[in-house]
Write a protein that binds this ligand. Structure first.
Ligand SMILES: [Zn+2]
Length: 273
């Protein structure tokens, strides 16, 4: 089943972006001695089987942050590293209700795998979480990945920096639609500090959870420009149904169209300014 559910995108030698058809990517980095999986997706398809089809090496699993589309597959793995600031949000996002919503979505898309065990999934909780701090280094053999804290989208968001291959994994910390309006998001100033910190790091490309390919470091400047230019007058109400109650605003920088590859926006609430 797993082979049909997921799709692999090879981004670099030893780096595979695995597409979950419910709308997110998780990333597998394969070293000489160990492999590391960044995020576990919605957890409906058997991601463990998918990863085992790509590598038989011992596996380290890390969550970029505590949101539903990044952590609900945690139960398929023995232990999962996450920043302590996102442990509370991860409990909410792996609740029975949240998981039930995901099952409904998968059903309506006709992609629920035949061997899917609904009851195990609904009661799976957060999985076995281990708190992790900035500076922690995962040595995969020939490849090291260093934990960088990137608060903004959530307070406990982390990135992983690979100096040997010049890439940075960022989860949802960078995005052309950056969600900064959630109860667990920081204010805009803290997010701008995060973007500047990212820009000061040494890497060529970055990888995010809602985009298929590698992105050049120069794009971080576009996000900084967008975040530092937020203008209430030029913002519009963000009416996406699940979040209507939160009265968020969307600021699209430079009046670009959504189809423009350089489109950047931040969705925020006025109290974050
Ligand atoms: Zn998120």
């Amino acid at each position: 089943m797993a082979e049909n559910y997921f799709k692999n995108h090879k981004l670099l030698e030893n780096v595979v972006h695995i597409e979950d058809p419910l709308g997110v990517f998780t990333t597998l980095i394969i070293g000489q001695n160990k492999a590391l999986l960044f995020d576990t997706g919605f957890g409906v398809g058997n991601l463990r089987q998918q990863v085992e089809g790509l590598t038989k090496l011992p596996l380290i699993v890390v969550n970029s942050h505590g949101h539903v589309d990044h952590i609900c597959g945690n139960y398929l793995f023995d232990e999962i590293y996450i920043h302590e600031n996102d442990i509370e949000v991860s409990k909410l996002h792996t609740s029975r209700d949240m998981r039930m919503n995901t099952v409904k979505q998968a059903k309506s898309k006709g992609i629920l795998p035949k061997d899917f065990d609904k009851e195990t999934y609904l009661s799976a909780g957060t999985g076995n979480l281990l708190p992790i701090k900035e500076g922690h280094c995962f040595d995969l053999g020939g490849i090291t990945l260093e934990v960088i804290t990137v608060p903004g989208h959530t307070r406990g968001s982390i990135g992983l920096l690979c100096k040997e291959q010049g890439f940075l994994l960022l989860g949802d910390a960078a995005n052309s639609f950056l969600y900064l309006f959630l109860p667990e998001s920081t204010n805009v100033d803290e997010y701008i500090r995060t973007l500047r910190k990212i820009n000061s790091l040494d890497f060529d490309n970055f990888i995010i959870s809602h985009h298929a390919g590698l992105l050049p470091k120069s794009k971080i400047n576009d996000y900084i420009e967008c975040a530092t230019s937020i203008d209430i007058e030029k913002s519009k109400p963000y009416d996406f149904p699940p979040f209507k109650e939160l009265k968020a605003l969307i600021y699209s920088h430079g009046d670009r169209d959504i189809s423009d590859p350089d489109y950047t926006s931040i969705i925020y609430t006025v109290d974050r300014l």
